[in-house]
Design a protein. Structure first.
Length: 84
């Protein structure tokens, strides 16, 4: 009888939430983001707003993530000043 090797499933996460949050995401290519570390941000939006965001991103030919990163970077620049 052979022993089964336990594989990590597609959606498994570390049992400790702090470890999961601090774990760097997979390296991105061509996004302009520092591949050394990125943090995941989860927000709740209405289905209608999600749909509008996806449509605009598609029309611009970019991903939703790239569009929202640019929006957040504009609103919260590195110099610490917020947009008016």
């Amino acid at each position: 009888m052979t022993n089964r090797v336990q594989k990590r499933g597609f959606a498994t996460r570390p049992s400790d939430p702090d470890t999961w949050i601090r774990t760097p995401d997979a390296k991105t290519n061509g996004t302009g983001i520092d591949p050394g570390f990125s943090a995941r941000l989860t927000i709740d939006v209405t289905p209608a707003l999600r749909g509008r965001i996806k449509i605009v991103a598609f029309q611009r030919g970019i991903t939703v993530a790239d569009m929202l990163r640019a929006l957040l970077a504009r609103e919260y620049p590195d110099d610490g000043q917020t947009a008016p």
